[in-house]
Design a protein. Structure first.
Lengths: 932, 77
């Protein structure tokens, strides 16, 4: 037996509303007296954003979780993404709206697209229609919750006796309308901010969160913990796993909720228009997702437990209420009811305030302005008063539409699908908003067409089908298509059949919407004002982001004051004009309407009646507007072009400079190379000339003196032979080096055991060492090392180094030390001697061609090409040859070769025959060194 | 960190958030098993959510402050 009667429930609700009113009143007076610091804190801002969590969240999410599992989370994950990415979209929206005094989403779009009234009207109409289902959802939730809590007993219906669902909903709608009018339309604020309402909404956010958590904790307690709840559900056959959840419907819902948190008029109102400090977004960026997380934490356990504990056929949307009721927890149930009521009232209040601002600014005001074209609107207070009454009328209209939608569709049972229809409707603004923020070329015609196309497709494929149960005509269209055109069936447009209706509608509407926006933008041109506004929007964080003033003309200060007074009221107009008079240092009556002042006035007016209306209103007073606007636009454009041009020039001249520098470097290098070539030629000639002179001299002696002794003749001939051999070797080396340097010779590295090559080289040099009574000593040796090399060439290098060490060692006890090791992926061979070493200045030069080191006391022989060739060879094997500094006497040459990693070089094929020229040069090298 | 890096980090966090909640990644966690009594995919989604909140909080304090627009700072009331 329930002790909760309908009378008690309704009385509680009314008392709660009274409390809200008190909070709002106190909030307003506190901010007015500037003592309401707390009300301007980022946390109040964050809490007020949670107007996103309506009774759909409070009741519907549990129903949705019971019917289709985790799907309900998508409604909160989309907004989470928007808020953690606040830097990219929300921050821009807030800044633009502050600078342009934007009052609503219709105002934003109209302002960006050249202050177009037509677009503002379109957006307003669409928003009003698209929100109707959402309002209906709240009415339905409140009605159902009253019935659920009070309808448990025959005797507790009290005054509800004899009132059906529709009557109850009508009562709720009327109460809400009255409440919202009292709340939100007491005055016209310059910035369209409602501090009192925000305070009340923040309070409601706390109430609904606490209520839902209380129910959640209670359910977990009576359910025996999470483990118990889920186990029981699994045993009774409830599918607790989200088998089909993460499909296209999941993606579509995430996308919709992403769009909704930006495009819903009430979210725009709270997040953007009511924002008093941009930095509050920083806190909201993480705190609002956290709030939603807390809101949805207990949804699933409540749903799962409800499915098990409640009788079959119980409405899962009402589990939050019926679970405590069935456990006899009347107090908790009443608290939960207040929580749900909170979420519904906050949504309705803010949504209808936001919509009423749109309707009055973009539909009523333009009509009045047109009507007043010939006779100016009466006295000064006229417009203010007119604005307020048109807002009140709009609120009644909006709630009326919601109520109508409720009546037509009350047979459909679930809450969540109704909400999604609204989401899909307002999502049609998203492409235009994104384009407004990021795409300079988007045009007014494109935006208007895109939103219209998106709206039509949405209305056909999403809005219309919701009347299926109440209208036979709609049902017929759903089944066969209009006039039997089956490709126009609302849930299978253009033959796209078999999709979830929501996914189908979202896809077609947003796809055609975006495509229209993109294509028409490319085909049409922007007007001057559009270009100006586009620049302001896109460069909002750039320099001089504020709007330029562009009107000048014949207006007098009196005309302007009259306009300001009509819209803003006496007090505010006086303060603006007073400030201007102070700043310009003129007396009031002699005030010059400068373009800057007119621009500022327009922004102030826009704060009250929207950008488009403000623009129309001022242009009526300020004549010559269009021409001067074009002029200013041209000026702005020219400045822009000049900036771009000078940037381009700067860039080009920088490029030129760098090209010139590169050319100079190349020239210097060329000259160096040329000089090297000359030096090389003269060196070669010199080298060739010495043996040639000897040969010539000896052969002349042989030719001239007939009576030479045979022994002498033999000696001369052998000298000639020796010299010509030396000549040949020299020419061979030169050819070899130039071929190496030019990379002419085919070079193939193959895996080679470097240690074997070293052994072989030592073996070859052994004879020479013995001849000079020298010792070749091995220090540490690497075990074995495979490198990629040409084996003959490697031997050539090693032999050359060892030979040099032997030949140029003038020590008393000459020793050549050879060591090899593996270090950090490299194979290292060091050949060192205890000779005189290399003079510091010669360290690098000894690798140059024909350079002979100044080795003290040792006869220089050889052409001086050995080290140059060796270095070239080693570099072709990707290694390095250098002279390493060594303590004490002697020189130490180090060859460093990268170890072969398996697989880096193609596997060695069947051992290839060594090319003849390679063989020759390897033969030549030792010879040249040992012979000289 | 400089402005460019912070903005990149914010973008990265946002993109990561999107990728982690849409298929195919989210489907990986449909194990048909329970952790602490709750299906694994539920735990996964709430953990991602909490991670995003923590990441956003860490970034929100560090993001650079934009210069106030020039001219009248707020309408004189």
């Amino acid at each position: 037996m329930s002790v909760l009667s309908a009378d008690l429930v309704i009385a509680t609700a009314i008392a709660y509303v009274g409390l809200l009113f008190l909070i709002a009143y106190m909030g307003d007076s506190r901010t007015r007296s500037r003592s309401g610091g707390f009300l301007r804190s980022p946390f109040v801002y964050t809490l007020s954003i949670s107007v996103y969590c309506t009774s759909w969240t409070f009741y519907g999410a549990v129903g949705s979780a019971a019917r289709s599992g985790l799907e309900y989370l998508a409604i909160y994950l989309g907004p989470t993404i928007v808020f953690i990415g606040w830097w990219f979209i929300l921050r821009r929206l807030v800044r633009i709206s502050h600078e342009q005094r934007i009052t609503s989403i219709a105002d934003l779009l109209s302002s960006r697209f050249g202050k177009s009234s037509r677009l503002a009207v379109l957006v307003t109409v669409i928003a009003v229609i698209a929100i109707a289902p959402y309002i209906a959802l709240q009415l339905k939730a409140v009605t159902s919750s009253i019935q659920a809590i009070a309808g448990t007993s025959e005797f507790s219906r009290g005054r509800l006796e004899g009132i059906d669902e529709v009557g109850l909903a009508l009562g709720v709608a009327a109460g809400m309308a009255l409440f919202t009018i009292l709340f939100g339309t007491r005055n016209v604020d310059a910035k369209e901010q409602h501090h009192g309402v925000v305070a009340a909404i923040a309070f409601e956010a706390v109430v609904k969160l606490t209520a839902l958590i209380a129910v959640g904790v209670f359910v977990i307690y009576i359910g025996g913990g999470l483990e118990e709840i889920f186990s029981n559900a699994e045993q009774t056959g409830v599918d607790i796993y989200s088998t089909d959840t993460f499909g296209e419907r999941w993606v579509a819902m995430n996308l919709l909720s992403f769009a909704a948190i930006i495009c819903l008029p009430r979210q725009f109102q709270i997040t953007v228009v009511e924002n008093s400090d941009e930095n509050h977004l920083r806190t909201a960026s993480w705190a609002f997702p956290l709030y939603m997380l807390a809101m949805s934490l207990f949804t699933l356990p409540i749903a799962i437990y409800g499915l098990v504990a409640m009788p079959a056929g119980a409405n899962p949307d009402m589990f939050v209420l019926t679970l405590p009721l069935s456990a006899g927890q009347e107090g908790l149930a009443l608290f939960a009811f207040i929580g749900g009521f909170s979420s519904a009232t906050s949504m309705i209040i803010v949504e209808s305030i936001a919509l009423s601002i749109m309707v009055s600014n973009h539909i009523v005001m333009p009509i009045v302005l047109r009507w007043a074209a010939d006779k100016r609107v009466g006295d000064g207070r006229g417009v203010s008063q007119l604005l307020l009454s048109s807002r009140r009328f709009s609120i009644i209209l909006i709630l009326g539409l919601g109520f109508l939608y409720f009546c037509f569709t009350r047979d459909s049972d679930a809450l969540a699908p109704i909400g999604l229809i609204s989401f899909a409707g307002v999502a049609q603004f998203l492409p235009a908003i994104i384009a407004a923020l990021f795409w300079r070329e988007a045009t007014i015609k494109a935006a208007t067409a895109a939103i219209a196309v998106g709206f039509i497709v949405w209305a056909w494929s999403s809005f219309l089908p919701s009347f299926e149960t109440s209208s036979p005509t709609v049902a017929a269209i759903m089944a066969q298509g209009p006039w039997g055109l089956s490709w126009l069936r609302p849930e299978a447009l253009f033959g796209l059949d078999g999709f979830d209706p929501l996914v189908h509608a979202v896809f077609w509407s947003l796809f055609l919407n975006t495509a229209t926006l993109a294509i028409i933008s490319l085909l049409t041109n922007q007007s001057a004002l559009e270009r100006l506004q586009a620049n302001l929007f896109i460069n909002v964080f750039g320099r001089g982001g504020r709007g330029q003033a562009f009107m000048r003309g014949s207006a007098t200060a009196n005309d302007l004051f009259f306009v300001a007074q009509r819209v803003l009221g006496d007090e505010r107009a006086t303060s603006i004009f007073g400030q201007e008079a102070r700043e310009s240092g003129r007396i009031w009556s002699n005030l010059e309407p400068t373009p800057a002042f007119i621009g500022r006035l327009e922004r102030e007016l826009a704060g009250s009646i929207g950008a488009a209306s403000a623009h129309v209103m001022l242009s009526k007073v300020v004549s010559g507007d269009a021409i001067s606007l074009e002029e200013v636009m041209q000026m702005a454009d020219e400045t822009q072009q000049a900036i771009e041009y000078s940037l381009k020039l700067e860039k080009t001249s920088a490029e030129l400079r760098s090209t010139a520098e590169q050319l100079a470097i190349a020239n210097r290098q060329l000259r160096e190379v040329d000089q090297q070539k000359d030096e090389f030629l003269s060196q070669v000639s010199h080298e060739v000339r010495t043996p040639m002179t000897a040969i010539r001299a000896f052969s002349e002696i042989l030719l001239d003196s007939a009576e030479l002794q045979p022994a002498e003749r033999e000696k001369f001939i052998s000298t000639i032979h020796k010299e010509s051999l030396r000549l040949t070797t020299l020419l061979d080396e030169i050819l070899d080096l130039s071929a190496l340097e030019r990379g002419e010779r085919g070079w193939e590295n193959q895996p080679v055991d470097a240690e074997a090559a070293l052994d072989q080289a030592v073996h070859v040099c052994d004879a020479l060492a013995r001849q000079r009574a020298m010792e070749i000593v091995f220090a540490e040796r690497a075990p074995s090392a495979t490198v990629a090399a040409d084996p003959n060439r490697l031997s050539q290098v090693l032999i050359n180094l060892i030979n040099n060490a032997i030949k140029y060692n003038g020590a008393e006890n000459p020793v050549v030390t050879i060591s090899s090791r593996i270090e950090g992926g490299f194979y290292l061979v060091e050949v060192s001697d205890n000779g005189p070493g290399v003079v510091k200045a010669d360290r690098e030069k000894i690798f140059h061609k024909f350079y002979r080191g100044r080795r003290i006391g040792i006869a220089q022989t050889g052409a001086g090409l050995g080290l140059a060739i060796s270095r070239e060879i080693v570099s072709r094997m990707k290694g390095s040859l250098e002279l390493v500094p060594q303590p004490g006497r002697g020189a130490c040459f180090r060859v460093m070769l990268p170890l072969l990693q398996v697989g880096t070089v193609a596997a060695p094929g069947p051992s290839k025959p060594i090319p003849p020229d390679a063989r020759r040069s390897v033969d030549a090298a030792p010879r040249s060194l040992s012979e000289s | 960190m400089d402005r460019g890096k912070l903005e990149s980090a914010a973008l990265l966090l946002t993109i990561a958030g999107v990728l982690l909640i849409v298929p195919p990644l989210v489907q990986i966690f449909q194990w048909r098993q329970r952790l602490l009594g709750v299906p694994v995919e539920v735990i996964y989604l709430f953990l991602v959510w909490a991670g995003l909140v923590i990441g956003a909080r860490a970034l929100a304090r560090r993001m650079p402050h934009d210069p106030e627009p020039p001219g009248e700072g707020g309408s004189g009331q």
